[in-house]
Write a protein that binds this ligand. Structure first.
Ligand code: URA
Length: 424
């Protein structure tokens, strides 16, 4: 077998067989297939696609390239994954809800890169928080606390780590079979048999339209099925940021506030939906019954207490969350209703304030970020503070407020939070 023949085959829109896919993944991992050859193949896949069978094989060999966690000693293990969004702190809100209801939430999460944030960065903004658990610590905490979040180890789906690093710098991140195999190889390796996927759609997301999101959802359900994993996909809006806070420590704070005050907003509503599907899978109960239980543990604050227990168990000191040295209030120069908040522009601004990395080597300022002081469809007056910026930098970037916020004369009645729910 020869890598050049395989590249040419994909370039000519032909289907690769399982042996060829095995050869590619193993060869890339052991170094016999070079970065430039793999880049050419990834581009051919991005342009010409893969059949579902090819993607299932790719996932299989990516999964086999690393270690697989065995969590079969627990019943009710559930996992959740988001394809990445702006202000997405749902993991921090949902995991304690689901854990307090008797499911085991075992999560291996990643760091953010570019405009999307990562759960591990958010948790690391809590002084002392340990994101590098051993396998034994991970399993021990899952048993004792019911939830655990650690950084993805290098040994899980090792091929994905190498392939993702190339995709990131070769314009091949948006390929649906490559996204599906990347996410599913890691999720299957993480040991859960139940998965709720939040597929973000919109300008602030990897997936820009519903058709692609639907394709990705069906593919991931099929990959799950062939690996004995139940998968439910929610296709959700990422045109506007999720919640009011964007950054790291400010997002942790927002998650705590949501569980303490039970605030009713789009973020809470999405968390209730995602948590209800997780609980229905984990406890094998009806969705409506699961939803009632979810609402109850937010109301009675047991989910809030679970979040604090989890943070303390991983040695985080929540009362020492960092605060930035500078704060700037940005005022509205228009009057009307807030009909759109650009998630892309908000993410870019947050990044410029220091909240995320442009390259893997960058350090981030955990206290930097944005709090949007208004909600969608709020009435805005000239001079109202529309957002507050937090940074340790001495200057702030030039801000074109009209690019970030759209103010109209009537409220936007067409906003949809959840587009579709797709399950087997
Ligand atoms: N998240 C992943 O882990 N992989 C992708 O390809 C996209 C999002």
């Amino acid at each position: 077998m020869n890598i050049i023949d395989i590249i040419v085959k994909k370039k000519n829109k032909e289907v690769l067989n399982e042996e060829e896919i095995k050869y590619v993944v193993e060869g890339f991992v052991n170094g016999s297939i070079k970065d430039y050859q793999m880049s050419a193949l990834l581009m051919a896949i991005t342009i010409n696609g893969m059949t579902d069978e090819e993607t299932i094989s790719l996932t299989k060999y990516m999964l086999q390239s690393g270690s697989v966690l065995d969590l079969s000693m627990f019943n009710n293990v559930v996992d959740k994954h988001s394809t990445g969004g702006v202000g997405d702190k749902t993991t921090l809100i949902i995991s304690p809800i689901v854990a307090v209801l008797g499911c085991k939430v075992a999560k291996m999460s990643g760091r953010g890169l570019g405009i999307t944030g990562g759960t591990i960065d958010k948790l690391e903004s809590i002084p002392g928080f340990n994101v590098n658990l051993t396998k034994e610590e991970f399993i021990d905490e899952l048993g004792k606390v019911g939830m655990v979040i650690t950084s993805q180890t290098d040994t899980i789906a090792f091929a994905d780590k190498k392939i993702y690093a190339l995709r990131d710098v070769t314009g091949t991140t948006e390929s649906i079979p490559l996204i599906a195999s990347s996410i599913m190889s890691k999720k299957i390796a993480s040991g859960s048999k139940n998965l709720v996927l939040d597929i973000k759609v919109g300008e602030g997301a990897l997936i820009k339209n519903i058709e692609d999101a639907r394709h990705l959802a069906n593919l991931m359900i099929k990959i799950g099925k062939s690996n004995n994993m139940k998968v439910i996909c929610l296709l959700t809006n990422m045109d506007v940021p999720l919640g009011n806070n964007i950054g790291n420590s400010v997002e942790v704070l927002e998650a705590i506030n949501i569980l303490y005050y039970g605030i009713d907003n789009y973020l809470t509503r999405l968390c209730i939906e995602l948590a209800s599907y997780m609980v229905s899978l984990g406890l094998n109960i009806d969705y409506m019954m699961a939803k009632q239980k979810v609402i109850e543990v937010i109301k009675n604050k047991t989910a809030y207490n679970k979040l604090l227990e989890f943070i303390a168990y991983q040695k985080g000191e929540i009362n020492k969350l960092p605060k930035s040295s500078k704060m700037y209030e940005i005022k509205s120069n228009e009057e009307g209703y807030l009909i759109n908040i650009s998630s892309l522009e908000v993410a870019k601004l947050s990044s410029l304030l220091g909240a995320s990395r442009q390259t893997k080597e960058d350090t981030i300022d955990y206290s930097a970020g944005i709090i949007i002081n208004k909600n969608l469809n709020d009435k805005i007056n000239i001079g109202d503070t529309i957002m507050t910026l937090y940074t340790n930098k001495n200057t702030i970037p030039n801000i074109d407020i009209n690019k970030l916020f759209t103010i109209g004369s009537t409220p936007n009645s067409s906003f949809t939070l959840i587009y579709e729910i797709i399950k087997d």
